[in-house]
Design a binder for this molecule. Sequence first.
Ligand SMILES: [Zn+2]
Length: 376
Amino acid sequence: MTDPRLDVFFHADVLDMRVPDGLFEKPASPLLAHQMPFAEGPERIANIRAVLERAPSSRRFRWHAGRHATDAEITRFHTPAHLRALEAADATGRWFTATTCLPAGGLASVRAGAGTVLAALDAILAGQTRMAYALVRPPGHHAAPDVADGYCFLNGVAMAAERARDAGCARVAVVDWDVHHGNGTQAGFYARDDVLTVSLHMNHGAWSPESHPQTGEVDETGTGAGAGYNLNLPLPFGSGDAAMVALVRQVVLPALRRFAPDLIIVSNGQDASQFDPNGRQLLSMAGFHAMAALLAEAADEAPRGLLIAQEGGYNPAYTGFCAYAAALGFLRAPLDLRDPLAYYPEDAAAAAQAVAALIARHPLLDADGAWRPQGA
Ligand SMILES: [Zn+2]
């Protein structure tokens, strides 16, 4: 028997977009002697690709070409006005929020990012694979149907969820472990019970009344038909591998089993890592490996399998190693590369306490962490 392979989808156009140097994620500051590269740059994805190609298990990855998203695919989730705003911004460049810049000419990369998520989905829907990974940028999960936010312009995961529904998947589950709340995906499916949205994130709260009013708190549970179908799982800063893995095992997996999705989509960010400039969750390669192995287990029960889409991860070097660890986890292959950076000791007691405290205050979870969409 040959080892299982992961089908990886990539389009070189995603590397073209570059926001000018400045104050990390903001425009240039006259107070600095040296401006810094923008947080969301092509190096992070180029390095993930390099590690996948050069690490010991490179033979396990089968590379495929991505593509651009069409207008019709974009407006299946986003509003036509949003697409028009992106096209206008593409001509001149525009800061949509204090940290979200589409540079002139950047829309081609954005279309390639979202379209490559759809290319990976199409391989799954055609029965060519049960597990496909779209290695893309910019990320998408902060983009709501009509809002750009948090470096995100098109929500490839949400567009894929809609496309999967159109293709006959009755239920789709999105599991988002990017360190930030998947507010754009939440916003798009908030009133629906056919797409379960689960977000594990650090407790950062709302960050802009216009572009990011969602808090990511446990009381954002969905509305109307979608009441109970938005499961926010915020953890305190510094929760680490142990808490995140426990949360996936104790809450996410049983919830997926109960929802019984045809397809699971993972918003796969690595900005929960120990060395991320945008995250405070202190995960190591081991944590990403373990979480991904659990998701692969859950996907065994999903008839169409697992779609994985790259989201954040802003340490341009360590992100590559953590993404590789996640990829091996999805394959349920042993971690065959030593973590080059991790050294913080885990506080197991604090991790257990953080998970217990979250379950205790969550309106959708039983005392044992079981998801109950109808509430108590
Ligand atoms: Zn993020």
